[in-house]
Write a protein that binds this ligand. Structure first.
Ligand SMILES: [Zn+2]
Length: 144
C-alpha cells in the first residue's frame, strides 16, 4: 500500500483581495447604482453577453453597444448552500438562484427575503440592485 505524502496543514486564514478591471464594462456598474441592468450586445454579430464583455466571446469584435436586460426573471434552478465555502465563512447559509431574463440572459445571484421552501422552478423573481456598506454594488433576486 502506498503511503500518503507528508503534508503540513495550516489553520491560518487567508484574505483575498480582488481588483477586477472594469473600465470597458463600467456602464454596467453605473447602471446598477440607478437600479438598471444593462449589458453588452456585439455590433458585429448581435451576441448579447452577460456578464457584459469588453470583447465579443463569439466573434471577438471589440465593438459593442449597451442594451437593457430588464429585471423580470424566471427561476431556472437554485441551490441552498448550508456548508459555506471558505470565502463566505462569515455568512449564514444562503440560496443562489439562476434566472432567465426577458432577453434570454441567465443571471446567477443570491436570493433575498425568500426561504428555500418558497422557491419553485418557473416562479417569477425580480433582479434588484444593492450596495454594500463599503460602497460596492451587487444584485440579488427577490420575489416580484
Ligand atoms: Zn460578436
Amino acid at each position: 500500500m502506498e503511503s500518503e505524502p507528508l503534508t503540513l496543514h495550516s489553520r491560518k486564514s487567508l484574505n483575498l483581495r480582488y481588483n477586477v478591471p472594469i473600465s470597458k464594462t463600467s456602464r454596467f456598474w453605473d447602471g446598477l447604482k440607478e437600479g438598471k441592468f444593462v449589458t453588452t450586445k456585439c455590433k458585429s454579430c448581435g451576441e448579447v453577453s452577460f456578464p457584459p464583455q469588453a470583447d465579443c466571446p463569439k466573434c471577438m469584435s471589440g465593438e459593442a453597444e449597451w442594451v437593457d436586460m430588464g429585471t423580470d426573471g424566471e427561476l431556472l434552478t437554485f441551490t441552498y448552500v448550508q456548508v459555506t465555502p471558505t470565502s463566505f465563512v462569515e455568512s449564514d447559509p444562503y440560496t443562489v438562484a439562476v434566472c432567465r431574463l426577458p432577453g434570454g440572459q441567465k443571471v446567477l445571484a443570491w436570493t433575498e427575503g425568500l426561504t428555500r421552501e418558497q422557491l419553485k422552478v418557473g416562479m417569477k423573481l425580480r433582479l434588484e440592485a444593492r450596495t454594500r456598506s463599503e460602497g460596492s454594488p451587487y444584485y440579488v433576486f427577490v420575489l416580484r
